[in-house]
Design a protein around this ligand. Structure first.
Ligand code: AMP
Length: 190
């Protein structure tokens, strides 16, 4: 099973991806964490990514694409994965399509967690991670609207998108996602 989780920052992607990873026994590929680790370890990619992360800006596509390529080429991703936080731009999505072609794998579903801007902002302010300063939060939401939101149509056109109300309780969101995925898989199979 190969899943992409698409949502604004603060929508609870990480929590939901962790649960899906357990349920479907597939690795949780957490892009933000991979990037933050690279920054902390001062790898060549991390050194380039640092100022973007700190300012709430998206890291340039070529850096992120390479980090994700390395991750999903590892053995544990052979039977599937859940991508949390990637792709976040149309060029990243296109690069992913090419990667999938090269590796002869297919995406099963893109889950779009729908959360209103104000709700996302409040959740981010409550969370208080290092990169959750008010300025960086505004910037991340703007990056989402400008660069990531177009992926909703991109995947709708590919008939891969399922939309879930992300403003419900955490458990209700998990249930809705699992229902949407199984509905989608039966649809494809029939
Ligand atoms: P996250 O933990 O998903 O909120 O990501 C934290 C930060 O990592 C973001 O604000 C970006 O600077 C960077 N980042 C994460 N995923 C991506 C991506 N797919 N493309 C570019 N930058 C990303």
């Amino acid at each position: 099973m190969r899943i992409i989780l698409l949502a604004p920052p603060g929508a609870g992607k990480g929590t939901q991806a962790g649960r899906l990873s357990e349920k479907y026994r597939i690795p949780h590929v957490e892009t933000g964490m991979i990037i933050r680790n690279a920054v902390r370890n001062e790898t060549p990619a991390g050194i380039k990514a640092k100022e973007y992360v700190e300012n709430g800006k998206l890291v340039p596509d070529e850096i992120v694409v390479e980090l994700i390529r390395e991750r999903i080429e590892r053995d544990d991703c052979e039977t599937g994965f859940i991508l949390d936080g990637f792709p976040r731009t149309v060029p990243q999505a296109k690069a992913f399509d090419e990667m999938a072609d090269d590796q002869d794998i297919k995406l099963d579903v893109v889950v779009f967690l729908d959360v209103a801007n104000d709700v996302a902002k409040e959740r981010l302010l409550d969370r208080g991670r290092d990169d959750d300063t008010p300025g960086a939060i505004e910037q991340r939401l703007e990056e989402y609207r400008n660069k990531t939101a177009p992926l909703i149509d991109f995947y709708r056109e590919q008939e891969l998108l399922v939309k879930v109300d992300g403003e419900q309780s955490i458990d209700a969101v998990t249930n809705s996602i699992e229902e949407a995925i199984s509905h989608r898989l039966t649809e494809v199979a029939s």
